[in-house]
Design a protein around this ligand. Structure first.
Ligand code: NAP
Ligand code: GCO
Length: 265
């Protein structure tokens, strides 16, 4: 059974993985035996990521690539296949959020979030699937969100993208499952990363950010999750242990979606 969780001999591309959730998932996959390849949008971030992986004893390969640029993504995949090998595991992790009330949000801002969080997973998946078909197997993991299921104020573009990503996950499953390609999602709850730092800022009076208090009250364990807590679920969905799982969104949220929330007082 242990071998079915092994990623030995597998090449994993994790997008936007210089730090944050992508870095944590890549680290876990490396510990399971995968060869790690990642990209980021700026060379300085790729260099920062390479140093961080090296510190953990991981010889990752890093490339500069904007995942919204289809030509750049196709060139990246070709370069990886030439320099490292065919991509067995793709994690569509790169993402942005803009927290703006919908009627104050420009169409440009809305489109930018959709571009990174939904169009890019389409572009990168489209680039890697042909070689997965030729190889006879593949794993695609889309990083979804609580906002794949729930809305909240100021995140209309992000929720629309992550809701769409849930359905793209199901559609890749439907179209390519016949080629032994499994496409699933991970839906993280509220994770301690730079993306959520503004929601956890200590207030001038030294108190916790109201949103921080809100999320703790919505989480049965009364805490935010750490990026490392996504590693095991990601290794599972990247391994042969999950070959029977397809089109599924695995929520790693500490129970938020199951819980009405702690009563005040
Ligand atoms: P993060 O700290 O903001 O990291 C996002 C990464 O994506 C950064 O390395 C960023 O690079 C990269 N990126 C952004 N746009 C890119 C582009 N066009 N091309 C290539 N790379 C790009 O975010 P995170 O918290 O680790 O989140 C990672 C994923 O998990 C995202 O999809 C996010 O929506 C999702 N998620 C996060 C949480 C959470 O609570 N943190 C919960 C659920 C889902 P730059 O630094 O150069 O922008
Ligand atoms: C927000 C947060 C969330 C998290 C995550 C929750 O503003 O509500 O940024 O969107 O990033 O997606 O699963």
């Amino acid at each position: 059974m242990a071998n079915s969780f092994s990623l030995e001999g597998k090449v994993a591309l994790i997008t936007g993985a210089s730090y944050g959730i992508g870095f944590a998932i890549a680290t876990a996959m490396a510990e399971a035996g995968a060869t790690i390849v990642f990209n980021d949008i700026k060379q300085e971030l790729v260099d920062k990521g390479l140093a961080a992986y090296k510190e953990k004893g991981i010889e990752a390969k890093g490339y500069v690539c904007d995942v919204t640029d289809e030509d750049a993504v196709n060139a990246l995949v070709a370069q990886i296949e030439k320099e490292v090998g065919v991509i067995d595991i793709l994690v569509n992790n790169a993402g942005i959020i803009k927290r703006i009330p919908m009627i104050e949000m420009s169409a440009k801002d809305f489109r930018q979030v959709i571009d990174v969080d939904l169009n890019a997973p389409f572009i990168v998946s489209k680039a890697v699937i042909p070689s997965m078909i030729k190889k006879g197997h593949g794993k695609i993991i889309n990083i979804c969100s609580m906002m794949s299921e729930l809305g909240r104020e100021t995140v209309s573009a992000y929720a629309a993208a992550k809701g769409g990503l849930k359905m793209l996950t199901r559609n890749i499953c439907s179209e390519y499952g016949q080629y032994n390609i499994q496409c699933n999602g991970i839906g993280p709850g509220y994770i301690v990363t730079p993306q959520t730092a503004p929601l956890r800022e200590i207030q001038p009076d030294g108190s916790k950010h109201p949103f921080d208090q809100f999320i703790c009250a919505k989480t049965p364990a009364n805490r935010w999750l750490q990026p490392e807590e996504l590693g095991g679920p990601a290794v599972f969905l990247a391994s042969e242990a999950s070959n029977g799982v397809n089109g599924h969104i695995l929520y790693v949220d500490g129970g938020i979606l199951a819980y009405i929330g702690k009563q005040p007082g």
